[in-house]
Structures are given as structure tokens and as C-alpha cells.
Design a protein around this ligand. Structure first.
Ligand SMILES: *Cc1c(COP(=O)(O)O)cnc(C)c1O
Ligand code: SF4
Length: 350
């Protein structure tokens, strides 16, 4: 199980990082502030994708910077407002027909833009027996739920056997349940997609893998091989990219990314506007910029290659596609967005 070694060898401290890479002042300073920080882990594989400059798109996603301590007044620890939709310790039921299960809170890499940072990496660990049972019981008494989304953290941090136990327990509730597993492993640690995992997952169809490629340089021979193994085993792979400032916020980069994904049989599903998680403003592209990019891309790429540009409305408003129908106003404070039920929300122009 080489992926366990790959997890163990991920770089977590300033000393470990400095042995492998020359840190900039902004990066080094992050580690010198003694304050509660979002954990750091950079797998050696992902580190090897970094080229040189301080503004390298791989580097910006992996290596923390001092800017993470800049918290804007409108940023909040629960930007998705999920607390109010938590129906058990680990289950979030916000949309009628689907529920999201927080399988574990660890990740192979801690993405610096992570918007679940209030949960991710907080040492909660894998869901325990009673937590799984509570979630399974809830799903069993709610027949309107037809899909379970395994999320976290990264569910593929669990041992294959442990994950199989969770999948089996949900599947036992109703055999028709559709399963989704949200994971960044194909991108940050393709070695995790080993034969045992692929064959286990293929026993739980219909099962979809939702991954997160954000930049064309992440589409390497290794990551594409991992994805192919899943798809060849009958497991569709969809991509949920995040729009990130100085990383992928230009039409050329996104066009290359989406084409590359489709060529490798991955359907670009969402492009997310950055959520208002604390300390992420240096990575958040303005919403207006995202709209401009989507308009340009619509003329350039096929429908198959084009994801839906969407945002999770601040304060638990839910996901809405960023199209004219939902954008009802713009003031100097920001964008006024309206959800399907007519409630309005303000998304600040960062
Ligand atoms: C994103 C999300 C889903 C899935 O939404 P889709 O639009 O179906 O992809 C489900 N539950 C929660 C809580 C979510 O945040
Ligand atoms: S893999 Fe997902 S949950 Fe984990 S740090 Fe990255 S964005 Fe956050």
C-alpha cells in the first residue's frame, strides 16, 4: 500500500518544506505566526509538479502564505451555513433528494483554498460506528433521499476496507441509492487509486467520483492513469473545479483544462466561485470576473467541456448557478443573488 507511505512522507512543517524547496518570505512567515492555522500537508508527488516562480499555480494551492491570516469582515467559519442543515453529527441534508456524509476530516493535501476548513483537518478523524449508524438511520427514515455524497475531508483517506464498510451500510438501506465520492486523490496523490480500491468501488455502482482538477498542469500521466482506471471499471468521473485567483482565472487556462479533462473522459461538472472561507481572499477571483470568463468560454468550448459556474450562497442559501436568472442586482457592496425560492443574498465583490 504505497499510498500510505506517500501520505506519511507528505511535508507538514516549515523545516520539511525547506529541505525540498526554497520558500519565499510570504510562505515562511506563515509558519512563524503562532496562531490556530489550517493544517499543511504537501505530498511529494504534488510538490514535484511545482515549477519555479513564487506564483506557480500548483504552489499557490499547496503551500500556505502569510495572507491566510488576513480575514475579511464578510468571511465566516461556516461559509456554506451547513451547521443548520446538520441532521446528525456527520450528515448534512440540505437538498431534498441528496445528503452529504462527512466520512473523515483528513486529506492527503490541505488545499489552501479549502472552504470546508472549519471541519477539514480539525482532528475529528473518521466517522465512528455510532456516527455512521445515526446517519444510516436518518437516511433509512427519509425515503426522499436518493443520493449519498461521501465528502469530508477526503473519504479516500480511509482504508479501502473501512470505506467499503461505510458504503455497504448506506447501500443496505435502499439498494437503489446513488453514491458519490468527492476526492482530490487523483489530483494530489494518484497512487491512492490502486487496484484494490478500484475493484472495491466498482462493486457499489451506481457510484460517481467527483474530483477537483483546477489547472492543466495537474493533468499528468499519473493522474490521468488513475482516472482511466476508475472509468475503465465503469465509474464515471466528474470534475468540480474552483475558480482561483492567479491560478486559473483566465480563459486560456480554463479552456486548456476543460479540453484536457474531456479528452480524458472526465466531464467538467461545476466551476465554483470561491466561498467566503476565512483567510482565502488572496485566492478568490471576483464574481464579475468569473461571469466574464464564462461568457468568453461559452463561445470557445463545446457544451460537453463547459461546466456550470455556480456559487454556494453565503449563509446557507445553497448552490445556485451563476446565470442571469439568479443574479438580480449589483450594488457597490456586491452582487445580489436570488435562490429558487426567491430569498436574496449578498455576495461581496472581493
Ligand atoms: C454540493 C452539495 C450537494 C450536491 O449538489 P449537486 O448540485 O447535486 O451537485 C449536496 N449536499 C450538499 C450539502 C452540498 O453542499
Ligand atoms: S481535498 Fe477537499 S476537503 Fe481536503 S483540503 Fe482540499 S478542498 Fe479541502
Amino acid at each position: 500500500m504505497s499510498w500510505k507511505k506517500d501520505c506519511a512522507s507528505a511535508l507538514r512543517s516549515v523545516e520539511e518544506l525547506e529541505e525540498k524547496i526554497q520558500l519565499s518570505a510570504a510562505e515562511r512567515d506563515y509558519f512563524h505566526i503562532k496562531q490556530d492555522t489550517f493544517r499543511c500537508a504537501v505530498p511529494l508527488y504534488y510538490l514535484s509538479l511545482i515549477e519555479d516562480s513564487e506564483n506557480d499555480p500548483i504552489r499557490l494551492q499547496a503551500i500556505p502564505r502569510i495572507e491566510e491570516f488576513t480575514v475579511k469582515p464578510f468571511e465566516c467559519t461556516d461559509p456554506l451555513g451547513e451547521a443548520s442543515y446538520k441532521v446528525t453529527d456527520r450528515l448534512i441534508h440540505r437538498y431534498r433528494d441528496r445528503a452529504l456524509f462527512l466520512a473523515t476530516d483528513t486529506c492527503a493535501m490541505y488545499c489552501r483554498h479549502c472552504f470546508r476548513r472549519n471541519f477539514t483537518g480539525q482532528h475529528e478523524g473518521p466517522a465512528g460506528d455510532t456516527e455512521v449508524e445515526a446517519a444510516v438511520n436518518y437516511v433509512s427514515s427519509h425515503p426522499e433521499i436518493t443520493e449519498i455524497i461521501f465528502s469530508g475531508g477526503d473519504p479516500l483517506m480511509l482504508d479501502t476496507k473501512v470505506l467499503e464498510g461505510y458504503l455497504a451500510r448506506f447501500k443496505a438501506v435502499r439498494s437503489g441509492l446513488v453514491l458519490r465520492v468527492g476526492t482530490r486523490m487523483p489530483v494530489v496523490m494518484p497512487s491512492r487509486i490502486d487496484a484494490a480500491l478500484v475493484s472495491m468501488l466498482s462493486e457499489y455502482k451506481p457510484l460517481f467520483i467527483m474530483t477537483q482538477f483546477n489547472h492543466p498542469r495537474e493533468c499528468t500521466a499519473e493522474s490521468m492513469k488513475a482516472v482511466s482506471a476508475l472509468i475503465d471499471a465503469g465509474i464515471p468521473v466528474l470534475n468540480q473545479a474552483v475558480l482561483l485567483k492567479n491560478i486559473n482565472d483566465n480563459a486560456d487556462t480554463l479552456e486548456i483544462l476543460f479540453h484536457c479533462l474531456v479528452r480524458n473522459r472526465i466531464k467538467p461538472y461545476y466551476l465554483f466561485q470561491g466561498d467566503l472561507a476565512p483567510g482565502t481572499s488572496h485566492l478568490r477571483a471576483p464574481l464579475g470576473e468569473g461571469l466574464r470568463l464564462m461568457k468568453e468560454l461559452r463561445g470557445r468550448v463545446s457544451g460537453l467541456a463547459l461546466p456550470v459556474y455556480a456559487v454556494d450562497l453565503p449563509c446557507g442559501g445553497g448552490k445556485v448557478p451563476l446565470t442571469e436568472q439568479y443574479i438580480t442586482g449589483k450594488t457597490e457592496k456586491g452582487w445580489e443573488l436570488t435562490d429558487a425560492s426567491g430569498r436574496t443574498f449578498l455576495y461581496p465583490e472581493v
